[in-house]
Design a protein around this ligand. Structure first.
Ligand SMILES: Cc1cc2nc3c(=O)[nH]c(=O)nc-3n(C[C@H](O)[C@H](O)[C@H](O)COP(=O)(O)O)c2cc1C
Length: 163
């Protein structure tokens, strides 16, 4: 175990920790849609139901969303790598070639995901070069897909649940 942490080594070794992949999305006051891919989505609290994710402070999409009061989380399925990539590229119209539905609450939900969660923004806490954004869950529903996307060591290993 080395004491002086090299950023690249930290990132590379942390890549051994497998995560799910989710799209955080919202509609701003002008009706414009914004979204980004995150591997840092997590459940936080049961009472109240809180979830969270960690956007980078320089994320253009998060900066465009920071005045929204609600957002959605679409947990991607194993066969949605194209959507994962589309929402990970800065500066593009990320929704251009993606199937989504606007919920009654006005949140964009990615079609054919594993899970959809709609949140009211609860709090934003500084955390180094990222932020911890917490949301209070208003709605949650399972999607049609069963196999979640996994991100590990820079790739997308298959999980094969229920096979
Ligand atoms: C699998 C995967 C997981 C990612 N996880 C995060 C994350 O947790 N937090 C984050 O800020 N960026 C994460 N990113 C990178 C962002 O998706 C990317 O920087 C962002 O979409 C760039 O666009 P923006 O500048 O419009 O935000 C991840 C990318 C991928 C492919």
């Amino acid at each position: 175990m080395s004491n002086a942490i090299d950023g690249q080594q930290f990132r590379q070794l942390m890549g051994r920790y497998p995560t799910g992949v989710a799209i955080i999305a919202a509609q701003d006051a002008n009706g414009k849609l914004h979204g980004l891919t995150v591997g840092s989505f997590t459940s936080i609290s049961l009472e109240p139901c809180l979830v969270g994710f960690f956007p980078g402070v320089n994320s253009a999409s998060w900066n465009a969303m920071q005045d929204v009061t609600r957002f959605s989380v679409s947990v991607l399925s194993a066969d949605q790598e194209a959507i994962c990539g589309a929402f990970a590229r800065s500066g593009e119209d990320k929704f251009a070639n993606v199937g989504y539905t606007l919920s009654e609450l006005g949140n964009p939900l990615i079609d054919d995901a594993v899970l959809w969660i709609e949140c009211d923004r609860h709090s934003v806490i500084e955390a180094g070069d990222h932020l911890l954004v917490m949301g209070e869950v208003q709605r949650i529903a399972g999607g049609p897909a069963q196999q979640p996307m996994i991100f590990c060591q820079g790739g997308y290993p298959q999980l094969n649940i229920g096979s």
